[in-house]
Ligand binder design. Structure first.
Ligand SMILES: Cc1cc2nc3c(=O)[nH]c(=O)nc-3n(C[C@H](O)[C@H](O)[C@H](O)COP(=O)(O)O)c2cc1C
Length: 482
């Protein structure tokens, strides 16, 4: 392993390295994070020569503005076999900096990281500040005598705590949200640039390998389009379930009003004495059902949070598969520029294609798991929603009795108004629940249709496995052994 000091990077510059939203770049490392493979864009952006990248630890491009906590979370995730995604500021050899959104996945050989340009609002609005604060926190922990490892852990704890304060249940749910948002913004930026879809064909050289690449390109392209469409559909639900949560919270507030109003109604009924005994009973029921409603809404809110998290996990998994197949497409385009029979460098690059393909196939399998987990959630919401509608029905009946009873009592004007205003509130809750029910059914239909769509993608991309391995030469055996 070489030390980064061998290639001593230039002084830090407050200058950003520009690259386009279309460009994707990857690196593959061994299990210790030593770089073993990359594509041309990575060479250009990092300003390191291929010979310098090969065998260097990945911290060769580490920027001192990055808190250790981020890498702590990265390694915790990938060593546990999970995908990590997040914002990273890097330093090129010439001292320039560049921000990326990176998605790191465990693969057979070690780890695969794919990066793209972040264009969403989160980076400037929240992440830069968060990292700055985390860095300052780490500096104070370190100054207190903590070891580097403890400082990194303290940094990770700090970031997690700040993310929780933003309303996310974990770093994972935050990054899944951020990843989907970044993909959405990237799609929009590509559309604005007139590159909404990858080119139809690969302009490749004339040799047999180049021709085979050109042949395989449409297969990968088709899969990328299918995944994009699936991503778009599920992504709608990610934001929708966020709205549902807000709805549930507002319903919860209304039920607090119920409780207060029911108490007031009870007091008013008591003041009216014997003539309003039954009215008091109605008010007591109202308070009772209001409490049940609050409890049930609280539970529904919890279920919605679980569903939101599961939806975002599934969306993020689809986004990872999308990014991986798009990386393959982009890499094919880079390789396609090599003319004739691929040159020596080209052959080395070709060997990376089966690795990328295996990462993609593994992500598709994980996506099926994520969709299955989401399928389990939908009926839960349905059950809670139906229970709630029954409670709302009871409330409606109580409200009607309240109105009738208060009409019977001479001095019951205030109470009458109170019961009348309940009607609007209950109707509001009912509408919210009915909307929630409709959205749940829609989500259910989409989720149920997703496995078939995934199977189609798996089937359509099946030829890639064998043909890319053959194209890469010796990898066929390794692929079969997987
Ligand atoms: C596949 C992969 C990609 C990585 N990409 C980067 C990167 O782009 N920038 C970076 O600073 N660290 C990256 N890392 C993390 C580094 O290995 C390292 O943990 C980090 O730079 C912190 O280095 P330090 O502990 O020496 O401070 C990557 C790790 C892996 C496994």
């Amino acid at each position: 392993m070489r030390s980064p000091s061998m290639h001593s990077p230039a002084e830090l510059k407050d200058q950003s390295r520009e690259f386009s939203v279309e460009e994707l770049f990857f690196s593959i490392t061994d299990p210790r994070g030593v770089i073993t493979a990359w594509n041309d864009v990575f060479v250009r952006i990092s300003a390191y020569a291929p010979g310098e990248l090969q065998g260097s630890p990945h911290n060769i491009i580490r920027h001192p503005h990055m808190p250790r906590g981020v890498f702590q979370m990265l390694w915790e995730a990938i060593q546990a076999g999970r995908v990590f995604s997040g914002y990273v500021k890097n330093r090129a050899k010439d001292g320039a900096f560049y921000w990326v959104y990176t998605v790191v996945a465990p693969i057979a050989e070690g780890y695969l990281s794919i990066r793209f340009k972040p264009t969403g609002p989160l980076l400037a609005a929240a992440v830069e500040g968060l990292y700055r604060d985390a860095l300052a926190h780490e500096a104070s922990v370190k100054a207190g005598g903590a070891s580097t490892a403890d400082t990194a852990r303290a940094g990770a704890a700090f970031i997690r705590q700040k993310i929780a304060a933003l309303g996310f249940t974990s770093y994972d749910t935050f990054s899944q949200h951020a990843f989907a948002e970044e993909m959405r913004h990237r799609d929009e930026a590509l559309k604005r640039a007139g590159r909404a879809e990858p080119p139809m064909r690969l302009d490749s050289g004339t040799g047999p390998q180049a021709r085979e690449l050109a042949d395989l390109y449409p297969v990968a392209r088709q899969a990328s389009l299918a995944l994009r469409s699936l991503f778009g559909k599920l992504d709608v639900f990610s934001s929708l379930s966020g709205e549902l949560r807000k709805k549930a919270e507002s319903v919860l507030k209304t039920t607090e009003d119920f409780h207060l109003n029911a108490m007031n109604a009870n007091i008013a009924a008591q003041r009216l004495g014997a003539q309003a005994v039954s009215l008091g009973t109605v008010a007591t029921f109202l308070g009772h059902y209001g409490q049940i409603l609050a409890r049930e809404i609280g539970e529904l809110d919890r279920q919605i949070t679980l569903t939101t998290d599961a939806t975002e996990a599934a969306t993020s998994s689809i986004a990872t598969a999308r990014l991986q197949i798009e990386m393959i497409l982009f890499f094919m385009t880079e390789l396609g520029r090599i003319d004739g029979t691929l040159a020596r460098d080209g052959a080395e690059h070709l060997r990376q294609l089966p690795r990328l393909e295996r990462a993609f196939a593994a992500t598709l399998r994980q996506t099926r798991e994520a969709i299955r987990a989401l399928q389990v959630r939908v009926p839960e919401i349905r059950i809670h929603n139906e229970t709630l509608l029954t409670t709302v029905l009871r409330l409606e009946m109580t409200q009607v009795s309240g109105l009738t009873e208060s009409a019977r009592v001479l001095e019951g004007t205030d109470l009458r108004d109170m019961f009348a205003s309940f009607r609007a509130e209950i109707a509001g809750v009912r509408t919210d629940l009915e909307n929630l029910g409709n959205s749940t059914e829609e989500l259910g239909r989409l989720v149920d249709s997703t496995p078939a769509a995934l199977v189609q993608i798996v089937d359509a991309t099946a030829p890639l496995k064998h043909r890319l391995a053959t194209l890469a030469g010796g990898e066929a055996v390794a692929a079969a052994a997987d």
